[in-house]
Design a protein around this ligand. Structure first.
Ligand code: PLP
Length: 305
């Protein structure tokens, strides 16, 4: 029997939505991306959502929007996907690794505080495997010191932190729509923020640094001469991806409910194995079960690998 680590839940509805985008003739970033951004922002309860080509791109833009650059240190978890640390390198800053808490596998103030220096400008707080990190506790440690907390919520779409969707309370948070995560657009990402200025800058940066989007230029009756205010990137999501994302977003609650039922079964069966610790909801929220991890005690008869 083969158990895939992840199988995306995509079907005829997504195929039809993608086909409709293709038939519309508008396949690059356009009206469906704008619609997906609005629906995603609404689902999180945050003012601004900026769609991009991946969560890695989202993290890069988030760090730029937070003003991180050469000479700065950024604390990241020692347990994460490499993109968390790579994004720090993209802006020329230095990743500094902090350990994670055993119960949640996430950074906590106790592991981050010893790594803070005069040069620390940001902490990237990861919601590992979908388990929400304690954002308020990290902000309370960091913000009085002028340190920005960027939430790497790549795995955590639909997870809940203190009664609100993960991302709702963050200064800036990045999500992934890679098929390894829960909600997929093939490849894709989203960065959310309550800060209008940061959102506007990230919109420019994802589109070559242009001060007018291609969609706005297309819609105008007059020739629009754009300006390039700073060195940007091509981090755009396509309308084909956004069409799939809109369908996926509509299925998210159902998808998480199903995962929580399956997780109950794993918990029940695995609790028969002595010494094994399993992923659980923290006291302040719920995981979307993007992953289901187990922690093996040192004397366990089977090794991790
Ligand atoms: C998957 C993942 C990323 C990268 O997401 P992409 O959309 O593949 O770029 C970043 N951070 C974490 C914690 C992840 O799990």
């Amino acid at each position: 029997m083969t158990i895939p680590v992840m199988r995306p839940w995509i079907g005829e509805e997504e195929a039809a939505a993608a086909a409709a985008a293709v038939r519309s003739g508008w396949v690059a970033q356009g009206p469906r991306v704008a619609e997906f951004e609005a629906a995603f922002a609404d689902s999180i309860g945050v003012a601004h959502a900026v769609a991009v080509s991946s969560c890695t791109a989202a993290l890069h833009l988030a760090l730029l929007a937070a003003g991180i650059g050469p000479g700065d240190e950024v604390v990241v978890p020692s347990l994460s996907f490499i993109a968390t640390a790579n994004a720090v390198r993209y802006v020329g800053a230095e990743p500094v690794f902090a350990d994670v808490d055993e119960a949640t596998q996430n950074l906590v103030p106790g592991t981050v505080a010893p790594q803070l220096t005069e040069r620390t400008r940001a902490v990237v707080l990861v919601d590992q495997a979908g388990v929400p990190a304690d954002l308020d506790a990290m902000r309370a440690l960091c913000e009085p010191r002028g340190i920005t907390v960027v939430e790497d919520a790549a795995c955590a779409v639909g997870s809940v932190y203190r009664g609100r969707p993960v991302g709702a309370g963050a200064a800036i948070a990045a999500f992934s729509f890679h098929p390894r995560k829960l909600l997929t657009t093939g490849e894709g990402g989203m960065v959310v923020t309550p800060d209008a200025e940061a959102a506007a800058r990230m919109r420019r940066l994802r589109e070559h640094g242009m001060d007018v989007s291609a969609a706005q230029r297309h819609a105008s009756q007059q020739p629009v001469i754009e300006r390039y205010l700073e060195t940007g990137f091509n981090y755009r999501m396509t309308d084909v991806q956004a069409a799939i994302g809109l369908v996926q977003l509509g299925k998210l609650d159902q998808l998480i409910a199903r995962r929580r039922v399956l997780a109950e079964r794993y918990h029940r069966v695995l609790s028969a194995l002595p010494g094994l610790a399993t992923i659980t909801d923290p006291a302040y929220g719920t995981t979307n079960y993007q992953g289901f991890w187990v922690l093996l005690p040192p004397d366990f008869p089977v090794g991790r690998n």
